[in-house]
Design a protein around this ligand. Structure first.
Ligand code: NAP
Length: 315
């Protein structure tokens, strides 16, 4: 059999979790290999300004933050490879990651593949996404809509949370739901539906995001699902909150995932899995907090656990 390189640590994903894991494992002289997927830098690269990442009193551009984190990881010896992991074999050592016609062998693996916001697919949504008025993160972008009217699309806890958060800034929040009762928990539903700034728009489906030529949202076309009547809500921001899709696909058969596809860590840990030396970090394993800083924290935990595992098992 030809000689195979076995990596100490392979990190899959270049969002906050993956790159933080890279900084820590690189500083521990483990020469991590980071696999970059289709969206280098992760979800933060799609938002404009990040105002809640500690240490930046004037905010920081999301792309700039991720670029800096990547440079920080590279400075300590992280190597990057752009490829897609298609399947894995965690049944024996070393762990195997199949990427096209190449197989990567690793002693430890940190999966930090993130989650992608689910989108409706309506016309205008993609064209006006990211700094132009369509967004998927009120925590990131809500402050840009001071004294403006905005719309939130969804019906679960995420949408209720987004709508409530937006009441701090917006004049009016249209909460658009396609049925006549929310899927969100009772406490969140009660809070949202009783808030004076939130205007519930029941039995209504979004049809199209309208925008002016220079690329800013000017309204949202909606349709009442029972009467078929169409109307336009004069909003400047459209917050799509219809759930997230964790990027766990290629690993789901080898690890535990919940019914929505999120990784379920081993008991007593946030990042360990049932497979020794295989860790999960960030939004692919967290549907509750989903913040850049919490993802970075999980990346750090996974890196320290991987480092200790290698020290115990011969790194
Ligand atoms: P979710 O519970 O799956 O809700 C998605 C909502 O979007 C549903 O109301 C759904 O409508 C609606 N929707 C889906 N596709 C749509 C489309 N194409 N057009 C219009 N509406 C559409 O997702 P989530 O709110 O992100 O919550 C995910 C999980 O995380 C849940 O278990 C939730 O409890 C949890 N979570 C918890 C918290 C918290 O505890 N603070 C916060 C956020 C999330 P239908 O109802 O008609 O299907």
């Amino acid at each position: 059999m030809p000689y195979q390189t076995v990596e100490n640590v392979v990190i899959i994903g270049t969002g906050c979790a993956g790159l933080t894991a890279a900084v820590y494992t690189a500083r521990a002289n483990l020469r991590p290999l980071v696999i970059e997927g289709p969206l280098p830098g992760g979800q933060l690269t799609t938002t404009s300004e990040v105002e809640n990442f500690p240490g930046f009193p004037n905010g920081v551009d999301g792309f700039h933050l991720m670029d800096s984190l990547r440079k920080q990881a590279a400075r300590f010896g992280t190597r990057f490879e752009q490829t897609l992991v298609q399947s894995v074999d965690f049944s024996s050592m070393p762990r195997k990651l199949v990427c096209g016609d190449r197989t990567i062998f690793a002693k430890t693996v940190i999966i930090a593949t993130g989650a992608s916001p689910r989108m409706t697919g309506m016309p205008g949504e993609k064209e006006l996404y990211g700094g132009k008025g369509v967004t998927t993160c009120a925590t990131c972008d809500g402050a840009f809509y001071k004294k403006m009217d905005v719309a939130v699309i969804g019906g679960g806890d995420s949408a209720a949370e987004e709508a409530l958060f937006l009441t701090r800034f917006a004049s009016k929040v249209y909460f658009i739901h396609r049925r006549d009762s929310l899927r969100a928990s009772k406490i969140m539903s009660d809070r949202a539906t009783s808030h004076e700034k939130i205007h519930m728009v029941w039995d209504t489906a979004p049809l199209e995001v309208l925008g002016v030529p220079e690329g800013a949202v000017s309204g949202l076309k909606v349709k009442h699902v029972r009467t078929g009547v169409e109307s336009v809500l004069p909003v400047k921001g459209v917050f799509v909150a219809i759930g997230h899709v964790p990027n766990s696909g290629p690993f789901a058969s080898a690890l535990d995932v919940d019914k929505n596809g999120y990784f379920v860590p081993a008991h007593g840990s946030q990042v360990r899995t049932k497979v020794p030396g295989v860790y999960v970090a960030g939004d692919c394993a967290d549907h509750v907090y989903r913040q850049a800083i919490t993802a970075a924290g999980m990346g750090c935990q996974a890196a320290i656990d991987a480092e200790r595992w290698l020290a115990e098992h011969g790194g």
